[in-house]
Design a binder for this molecule. Structure first.
Ligand code: NAD
Length: 523
C-alpha cells in the first residue's frame, strides 16, 4: 500500500513502521529475487542498521555463490522473451513502472533516509530521479535510431541498427541506492536487456523495496522477471558477474579501488564495463564571481548528502583577492549549518554511512594537518543526544596546498580543502592535477574566464558547471567522468548506446557483386 501520510515525519520509529508497512518490508527480508523471492529460512543474513541512530532496521537474507547459476539462467530465459517485444511496447512497461513509483515517492524516499541517512528531500529527490529517467526511457523506446549511410557501391544500402546485449549486470554503491540502478536498468530494459542488480549491502533494503515495487508491475502485466536482484555480503555476486562471459556488459558504480578490480576482471574476458567511479571535484571561484551564488553553490556542493556524493565539491580554488572575505562567510556557514537527524526539519547534514567513514574523515584531516594544512572549521566527531549510535561529524574546512597527497584523494566525507590562486591558468592547472575527472565548476560572471574554463585547455572533467555547483546533475545530460573516474556515461543524451550493440548492415539489392574500394576479385 502506498504511504498516505506519517503523523510525525521526525519520529524515527513511526517513520520506520509506516515505511515498512507501505513497502512490505519485514524483520527478515529476502535479498534474492531471481523470478521468485528466495526463501530466507536457513540463509545467511546481514543486519541493516540506520546511520541515523544505529538502530537495527532489519535483517536481509543474502545470495551466495550457490544461487548464481539459477539467477543467470532465469535472467537469460527472460531475455529470450523480452528481446522479442517491440521497443515501444517495452516503453509501455517502463511507463507503468514509473506510474507505480510515483505512488511510492514518500515511502521509498524516507526509506533512503532511514537506510543511508539522506534528508527526506534528498531521499525523495532520488525517487523522483527514477521517475524522471523512466519518462526519458519511455520516450527513448520510440527513438532508438540508427543512421543510414550512403554506400559507395551501386544498389547497396548501408545502415546501423542497435540490438540489446542480453543480460546486463548492474553493481551499485550505497550513496545513490536506487537512482543509479534506474539510470541503468530502465534504459537498458527499453533496449531489450534484462538486468541483474547487485546493490551495496549498506543499502540493501532500498534495493529490495525498489525491486518489489517494480516486479509487482511486471507480475500484473504477466511479464517475465526483467529486473533481478542479488544482495550479497559485499563481493561474492559482484565478482561472479565480473568474471562471467554471459554478462556482456557490466555497469559498476563505486570506488576507484573496487572499480579497478572489476574493470580488470571484465577486460580479462574482453567484456565491456561501464564505470562510474570516484570523483575529486573542484570549484573555482574567481574575483568576478557573484559572491552569493558562489557561496550557496559551494556550500551545497560540499555539504549536501554529508559529502557523500560522487560529485561532492572536495576542493575549493579561490582567487587571492576574494580569499579572506569568502572564507570568512563560508566558515560561518560551516559553523552554523545544522548537523543531525536528517528527519528533523532544518537539518542539512545527516550522518555518515558507518563508523569506517567516520574513521576515514578523522584520518584524512589528520593527514592534511600533518602535511601542513590548517583546519578552519570542523574536525569533530559528534555524539548527538538520542542519536548515540549514529555517525555524525562536523563538516570540515581545511586550508591546504594543491599538492598535498590527501588533497589529491577522494575521502567520502564532508571535508573541503581550500586552495588559493592568482592567475586563472594556475587555477585550472590546480583543478586538473588530480587523477579523478568527474565534476567541475567555475563561478564567474566574466565571459572570458568562463570560456577558458570550458575550452579544451580548461576543465578535464566529464561534467563542467558554470555558476552552479559540482553536485546535482539533471538526468537529461550524459553523466560520468574521465581519467580514474572511469570514462563511463549514464543517464541522458545518447548514453543509451552503451547498453546496445551496434551492428552495421550492408545490403546488396543489385544483380552483381561490386566490391568496396574498387577491389577486383574475379572467379
Ligand atoms: P564500494 O566500491 O565500496 O562498493 C561499490 C559496490 O561494489 C558495492 O555494491 C559493493 O558491494 C561492490 N563490491 C565490493 N567488492 C567488490 C568486488 N570485489 N567485485 C565486485 N563488486 C564489489 O563503494 P561505496 O562505498 O558503496 O560507494 C562510494 C564510492 O562510489 C565513492 O567512491 C563514490 O565516488 C562512488 N560513486 C560514484 C558515482 C559515479 O557516478 N561516478 C556514483 C555514486 C558513487
Amino acid at each position: 500500500m502506498p504511504l498516505a501520510t506519517i503523523g510525525d515525519e521526525t519520529n524515527f520509529d513511526e517513520v520506520k513502521a509506516a515505511v515498512f508497512a507501505s513497502l512490505g518490508l519485514q524483520a527478515v527480508n529476502s535479498g534474492l529475487y531471481d523470478g521468485v523471492w528466495a526463501d530466507s529460512a536457513g540463509r545467511k543474513t546481514i543486519a541493516v542498521h540506520s546511520p541515523i541512530n544505529g538502530a537495527k532496521l532489519a535483517d536481509v537474507a543474502v545470495a551466495g555463490e550457490g544461487d548464481y547459476e539459477r539467477l543467470i539462467g532465469n535472467a537469460r530465459d527472460a531475455y529470450s522473451a523480452w528481446s522479442r517485444v517491440p521497443a515501444p511496447k517495452r516503453g509501455e512497461v517502463v511507463r507503468a513502472i514509473g506510474d507505480k513509483l510515483r505512488e511510492y515517492v514518500d515511502s521509498l524516499g524516507l526509506l533512503v533516509s532511514l537506510e543511508v541517512g539522506k534528508t527526506p528531500t534528498e531521499g525523495k529527490g532520488e525517487v523522483q530521479e527514477m521517475i524522471d529517467i523512466g519518462d526519458f526511457a519511455v520516450g527513448l523506446s520510440r527513438q532508438l535510431y540508427g543512421v543510414t549511410i550512403a554506400s559507395e557501391r551501386p544498389e547497396h544500402r548501408l545502415y546501423e541498427q542497435w540490438h540489446p546485449y542480453g543480460v546486463v549486470g548492474v553493481i551499485t554503491a550505497f550513496n545513490f541506492p536506487c537512482a543509479v540502478w534506474s539510470w541503468n536498468a530502465l534504459i537498458a530494459s527499453v533496449i531489450g536487456n534484462v538486468v541483474i542488480w547487485k546493490p551495496s549491502p549498506n543499502a540493501a533494503l532500498t534495493a529490495i523495496a525498489t525491486t518489489k515495487i517494480v516486479n509487482r508491475v511486471l507480475d500484473e502485466m504477466g511479464l517475465p522477471p526483467l529486473f533481478l536482484l542479488a544482495v550479497d555480503e559485499g563481493r561474492t555476486i559482484g565478482e561472479k558477474l565480473s568474471n562471467d562471459k554471459r554478462i556482456p556488459l557490466l555497469s559498476f558504480t563505486g570506488s576507484i579501488r573496487t572499480g579497478r578490480r572489476v574493470a580488470q576482471a571484465v577486460a580479462a574476458r574482453l567484456g565491456r564495463s561501464l564505470l562510474e567511479l570516484g570523483g575529486n571535484n573542484a570549484a573555482i571561484v574567481t574575483a568576478a564571481a557573484d559572491p552569493e551564488i558562489a557561496l550557496r553553490g559551494v556550500a551545497f556542493g560540499a555539504l549536501a548528502t554529508a559529502g557523500q556524493r560522487c560529485t561532492t565539491t572536495r576542493r575549493l580554488i579561490l582567487h587571492e583577492s576574494i580569499y579572506d572575505r569568502f572564507i570568512a562567510k563560508l566558515t560561518r556557514v560551516y559553523e552554523t549549518v545544522k548537523v543531525g537527524n536528517p528527519l528533523e526539519p532544518g537539518v542539512l547534514v545527516g550522518p555518515l554511512i558507518n563508523q569506517y567513514a567516520v574513521m576515514a574523515y578523522r584520518q584524512a584531516i589528520q593527514r592534511a594537518v600533518d602535511e601542513g594544512g590548517r583546519v578552519l572549521a570542523g574536525n569533530r566527531v559528534l555524539t548527538l543526544p538520542g542519536l548515540e549510535g549514529g555517525h555524525y561529524v562536523a563538516p570540515a574546512l581545511v586550508e591546504g596546498m594543491p599538492d598535498f597527497e590527501i588533497v589529491c584523494e577522494e575521502t567520502f566525507a564532508p571535508i573541503l580543502y581550500v586552495l588559493k590562486y592568482r592567475e586563472l591558468d594556475e587555477a585550472i592547472a590546480i583543478h586538473n592535477r588530480v587523477d579523478q575527472g568527474l565534476s567541475s565548476a567555475i563561478f564567474s560572471t566574466d565571459l572570458r574566464e568562463v570560456e577558458r574554463f570550458l575550452s579544451l585547455r580548461g576543465s578535464d572533467c566529464g561534467l563542467a558547471n558554470v555558476n552552479t555547483g559540482t553536485a546535482g546533475a539533471e538526468i537529461g545530460g550524459a553523466f560520468g567522468g574521465e581519467k580514474e573516474t572511469g570514462g563511463g556515461r549514464e543517464s541522458g543524451s545518447d548514453s543509451w548506446k552503451v547498453y546496445a550493440r551496434r551492428q552495421t548492415v550492408t545490403i546488396n539489392y543489385g544483380e552483381s557483386l561490386p566490391l568496396a574500394q574498387g577491389v577486383r576479385f574475379e572467379v
